[in-house]
Ligand binder design. Structure first.
Ligand SMILES: [Zn+2]
Length: 462
C-alpha cells in the first residue's frame, strides 16, 4: 500500500496551505516581493497556535519534571562551538548540479539510476560530481569581513545547552540525572525547501538534553522514548498516525549510539517529527577537547566520582509540530445542525473544522451575540470581559450565526457562547461545542468554571 493510500486523512498540503493563509495561520515571508524561499510568517492565529504548542512542551518538560531546567541561549555562538560539534566539517548535504538546466539537487533525494548515470532527472542533461555543501548560514561579526570575524547562525539549539551544562549545575545545584530544556530558532541553508513549513531554512526546535551516568544511558533512553510517545497521546494526536523509526547503522549520526525518530503520517507520507537520541559522551567530550575546560561531572554523593555524562536527547521541531497539529486536526464533514440559537445549516452544507485540543486552540471561546441590537451585543461584550483574563477569546457580531460558527470551526475554536433573547430574560447563554455541534444552556455566572471542566475532560471524538 502506498503512503498516500495509507494516509486516509482529509487534509492535503494544498488545503492546509490555503486554509493557513486564508485564516491567518501562516503567510509566505515577504510575499509582496514574490516570497522568500524557506521562510514563513506566523499570522494572528498561527502565533497563538505555535505559542500553545511551545507552552505545552515547556510545561511537560520543565514544570512536570523537577530535575529539568530551562535555558534560552543566544543564536550567535563562538565559532569554535561548531568545530567542536563537527558542523563545520560535517553539517553538509551532498549536492549535484545539472550542467544543462542548472538545477540543483540533493544527491540523496534523486533516483539512484540518475546519480550513477549522471543524468538530470528534470532535463536529462549531464550532472556534476557530488559535492559537499555546508548547511550553516555564515556571516561576519564586526566591521571586518575576514576569516577571523566569521560567525554562524546556529544550525541546532543543542550546542547552547552543552556549553552551559556546568553553569546550570552550579547555579541550580543540579545532580545527575538532570535535563536542560530549550526552545529556539535554528537555521539551515536547505537546498530543497518544500512541503510548506515542514522543511524550511529558518525553523524552531524544542530540545531537551538529559545528562546521565554512563551505564544508565540505555535505561534513560527507553524511558524518554516512553515519555515522548505518551506526550503526543496526551495532546490528542491520532496515534495511528505516529510510529517509531529506528535509525539503521547507515543512518546513525557520528555521535549516536542509538536513535529513534517519532514519525508522523503527513499528507505527503511518513516524516520525522521528533528524534530521541543516545548521544553518548561525544558532545561534552568534544567541548572539553576544544575549550580546554574540564567537562567532567563530580558526583559528590559517590566519593567524588568523576565522569563525562552521557546525553539522551529529545529533539522536536516546533514549526514541524505546528504543521503536524494542523494536519492532524483538519477535518471536513457534512453538517445539519439545529440548536436554540437557530438552525445552523441544511443537510447539503459542509464544514471545515480544525479539531484542536482545547489546550492548543488559538481561541478557546468565541462570544457571539445573536443580534447586534436590543442590548445583546453589550451583554456579549461584558461576558467577553469576564472571560478574557483566563481564556483566549474572540468576539464576532457580524453575519448569520451559522456562518459565524463555520468561521470559528475553521479556526479550531472549541467553544462558542451565544447570547440571545432568552439570555436577557433568564441570564443563560448557549454553549456550543465545536466537535459535536451540540448546544446547551448554561447560566452566565457558571461559564468560567464550566469551560475549565470542559477543557479538563476533553476527549477527541473523531
Ligand atoms: Zn537538467
Amino acid at each position: 500500500m502506498s503512503e498516500l493510500q495509507e494516509y486516509g486523512g482529509k487534509a492535503t498540503m494544498e488545503k492546509i496551505t490555503s486554509l493557513a493563509k486564508r485564516r491567518g495561520f501562516v503567510f509566505q515571508s515577504s510575499e509582496i516581493y514574490g516570497g522568500q524561499n524557506g521562510a514563513w510568517d506566523y499570522g494572528p492565529l498561527g502565533i497563538e497556535l505555535k505559542n500553545r504548542i511551545a507552552g505545552a512542551w515547556w510545561k511537560e518538560m520543565t514544570r512536570l519534571h523537577d530535575n529539568i531546567a530551562g535555558l534560552d541561549a543566544a543564536i550567535l555562538m563562538h565559532p569554535r562551538t561548531w568545530e567542536a560539534s563537527w558542523h563545520v566539517e560535517n553539517c553538509t548535504d551532498p549536492l549535484v548540479y545539472c550542467k544543462k538546466c542548472k538545477s540543483r539537487f540533493r544527491a540523496d533525494m534523486i533516483p539512484e539510476e540518475n546519480l550513477s548515470a549522471k543524468k538530470c532527472p528534470d532535463c536529462g542533461g549531464e550532472l556534476t560530481d557530488t559535492r559537499k555543501f555546508n548547511l550553516m548560514f555564515k556571516s561576519h561579526i564586526g566591521p571586518a569581513e575576514d576569516t577571523a570575524s566569521v560567525i554562524y547562525l546556529r544550525p541546532e539549539t543543542a550546542q547552547g545547552i552543552y556549553v552551559n551544562y556546568k553553569n546550570i549545575i552550579q547555579s541550580n545545584r543540579m545532580k545527575i540525572p538532570f535535563g536542560i530544556a530549550q526552545i529556539g530558532k535554528a537555521f539551515r541553508n536547505e537546498i530543497v525547501t518544500k512541503n510548506f513549513i515542514f522543511r524550511t531554512c529558518e525553523f524552531e526546535q524544542m530540545e531537551m538534553q538529559y545528562f546521565v551516568k554512563p551505564g544508565t544511558d540505555e535505561e534513560w533512553f527507553n524511558e524518554w522514548r516512553r515519555q515522548r510517545w505518551a506526550y503526543y497521546k496526551k495532546l490528542g494526536v491520532k496515534m495511528d498516525h505516529l510510529r517509531w523509526h529506528q535509525h539503521g547503522k547507515d543512518e546513525l549520526a557520528h555521535y549516536a549510539k542509538d536513535a529513534y525518530d517519532i514519525e508522523y503520517l503527513f499528507p505527503m507520507g511518513w516524516r520525522e517529527l521528533e528524534g530521541v537520541h543516545n548521544r553518548t559522551d561525544y558532545d561534552l567530550g568534544r567541548h572539553a577537547q576544544f575549550s580546554g575546560k574540564d567537562m567532567q561531572y563530580i558526583d559528590q554523593d559517590n566519593n567524588n566520582e568523576r565522569y563525562i555524562p552521557y546525553i539522551i536527547e529529545t529533539s522536536a521541531g516546533l514549526t514541524r509540530n505546528v504543521l503536524m497539529i494542523l494536519c492532524d486536526a483538519y477535518d471536513e464533514e457534512q453538517v445539519a445542525e439545529k440548536g436554540n440559537a437557530g438552525t445552523e445549516g441544511s443537510a447539503d452544507d459542509w464544514r471545515t473544522v480544525l479539531r484542536f485540543h482545547p489546550d492548543l486552540a488559538p481561541v478557546t471561546a468565541a462570544i457571539l451575540p445573536l443580534m447586534k441590537k436590543d442590548g445583546l451585543a453589550e451583554m456579549a461584550q461584558d461576558i467577553r470581559k469576564e472571560l478574557q483574563d483566563d481564556y483566549a477569546t474572540d468576539y464576532d457580531q457580524s453575519g448569520a450565526i451559522g456562518r459565524r460558527y463555520r468561521r470559528q470551526d475553521e479556526a479550531g475554536t472549541p467553544f462558542c457562547i451565544t447570547v440571545d433573547y432568552q439570555s436577557k430574560e433568564d441570564g443563560t447563554v448557549t454553549l456550543r461545542f465545536r466537535d459535536s455541534m451540540e448546544q446547551v444552556r448554561v447560566p452566565r455566572a457558571e461559564l468560567a468554571v464550566r469551560l475549565r471542566q470542559e477543557i479538563k475532560s476533553y476527549k477527541r471524538i473523531k
